[in-house]
Write a protein of this length. Sequence first.
Length: 309
Amino acid sequence: MMMKIINNPDCLNNIKPNSTRTLTPQLPTNQISPPTLLSDSPTLKDLKDSFWGSYSVENQADVSFLTSNQPSDEALIEKIFLADDRKIVRPTTQYPWSAICALLITTASQKKYLGTGWFIHPRVLVTAGHCVYLHEQPTPAWASSIEVIPACDGKNRPFQSVISLTFRATNDWIHQKKPEADYGLIILAEEYSEHSRIGHFGIHVLQQTTVSNTRYTLAGYPLDKSHLDLEFTQWFHELPLKKLDDTMLFYEIDTLGGQSGAPIWENRDNDQYYCIGLHTLGLHPANKGLRITPQIYQQIIQWLDELKL
């Protein structure tokens, strides 16, 4: 069963924020698994990672920042390091896994892509910018629609699903496709009806300037573990960071296509899950995610203020 929300597409408004709010996790109040709901969507034979909605190995300029001057056919967009250490998430209905969603993205040209998003509010998810605004050629455009499937587990949709038509992305992503601006929001028209059983993540600005032994978790919906009849499964891996700079996180956490937008989080005191970044792409010799900086944190607050949330 899918709850279809009718809403108008929306773009960025330049409203200056003045909020000092913090974005903290919210644990579910009830985690009793609801009845299983099966997918009612058609089989998709050409589903791709959402990354390819904005980048193409046919365009060397698009991938040059990924490949360290390697030929385009050697671009390591996502990578498994040595043995595949990813583990399947079951049950997905337990927090924080419940707050992680498979994203079935339909573009303005009616192409289909898979991505990952995560709740930060009963109406709002964070994901990669290339999941919501796609630089497809010849005409870049907002996604036509995104089906949000929380805690998807194969054909099971334990918390149903909902379609969004309203998104946010930054001007730096929309107009310049800057990798350090590759983030955005998915806005639901109303509070998600299952939120009390799903919960949401908090967001934390990582203060450290060097890597530590802290292990961070990344979870999402890789295409290589999915099937063409939309049986998406959630997988996770956790390791310390390999490197970090002012805008990006580098790690050998195993990921593959479909995990664009996946949360990277730390478990703080009392199972408080705070995201410190989101996965955006692979990069030789490490996978790569966007770091939650003070600027990104403030931009998310600005969008929430704009929406009066």
